[in-house]
Design a protein around this ligand. Structure first.
Ligand code: SF4
Length: 200
């Protein structure tokens, strides 16, 4: 109901992000900063340095470490300017809990509206520019993952859609990692935009 009323009041429902900061800042799944000891179960804090791609935002390091609100925390290793006008994304769930699926699906909602930025989901890897992997790789999904990757045309990019995807012995090289378990949609959007624009 609040979304509906906000839409009527504002006239436009969609975020201005990535122009400027997010309109509604997410709480925890943003950059973490602080000092002192941390009982981090994933080793995401090393000598006080935060390592985003290892963070699952479990909050065990609180209150020594707190979120700053910065959503631009994706790790991008390789981009491809060929996708500057549009990026077609195929998501593959290789064993997720469902959290990152829900967050990435939110990108099609009126609030984020990824289509306005030239980002589209496709139903087959044969039409995909980027493969977004969700969840830690289970043995039974190893072969379907490789078949999806091989079906994609060149050039192609591989993205870890959450921190869980990077924990296992993963058979493909990631071009980008979207930190969090689950990440917030702003971070997902930020990484997908930068992937196609030769901008890290
Ligand atoms: S929120 Fe991130 S950095 Fe903090 S304890 Fe959990 S995994 Fe470690």
């Amino acid at each position: 109901m609040s979304w509906f009323l906000r839409g009527i009041k504002k006239g436009v429902k969609t975020e201005r992000f990535p122009v400027g900061d997010p309109e509604y800042k997410p709480g925890w799944s943003t950059e973490i900063s602080g000092e002192g000891p941390a009982e981090c179960p994933t080793g995401a804090i090393d000598n006080g340095r935060w390592i985003p791609e290892r963070c699952i935002f479990c909050r065990r390091c609180y209150p020594n470490y707190k979120p700053t609100g910065n959503v631009r925390i994706g790790k991008i290793y390789r981009t491809n300017g060929m996708f500057s006008k549009s990026l077609h994304v195929y998501t593959i769930d290789v064993g997720s809990c469902g959290g990152c699926n829900q967050e990435i699906n939110a990108l099609t909602s009126p609030h984020y509206d990824m289509n306005r930025l030239g980002i589209f989901f496709v139903n087959t890897p044969r039409q995909a520019d980027a493969l977004v992997v969700l969840g830690p790789l289970s043995e039974s999904m190893r072969e379907p993952l490789m078949r999806a990757y091989q079906a994609m045309p060149e050039p192609k990019l591989v993205v870890a859609g959450c921190s869980c995807a990077v924990v296992n012995d993963f058979p493909l090289k990631f071009d980008a990692v979207i930190p969090g378990s689950p990440p917030n949609p702003y971070t997902m959007l930020d990484v997908l935009i930068k992937l196609g624009r030769n901008k890290k």
